[in-house]
Design a protein around this ligand. Sequence first.
Ligand SMILES: [Zn+2]
Ligand SMILES: [Zn+2]
Length: 170
Amino acid sequence: MAAKGSRPQKPWSMYPALHEQVQALLDDEGLQFIFHTNDEDVGVVRHYDTRVMGRFVCRNAFCKTGGWSSKIIAITVRLYSPREYNARVYHQRCRDCGSISRPVLDESSYTERITYRLKKWSGIRQSEPEYFQGHSRRPHSRGLCEGCKAGLLHRKNYKWIYTVVWNLSQ
Ligand SMILES: [Zn+2]
Ligand SMILES: [Zn+2]
């Protein structure tokens, strides 16, 4: 059952509006990057799959699920020559009705993951990133994750559980 009047369900999105925050963190190292607004594979010189945090709201008006949060939202960071990048952020599906949802990102987790990768690709030495910890109630469901479906390895090295479900009706 799809949400009424919904647009075609895309498996991922990009978040160009967050570039300004990414650039602010890159300024510390004197780096300058441009957000590559075309979502294309042509011209990609490097790419890396990783994960960010965020939350989802089910858009299906007939679904009782309020929403869920995830500490393992799949993203692919892509570098284009010479100093351009973008990132695909993968959507997840509601476990109750299967509707696809675009996440509301935890912006600091996104900007930190992106800047870590861009600095690394720029040859800057950094300490290993700290991945998000914390408890949760449900394991990452590969069948509901468009990133897993696309074959991303964004769960590697992750020993915690990542999904918290909440009900807006509570
Ligand atoms: Zn739903
Ligand atoms: Zn996944």
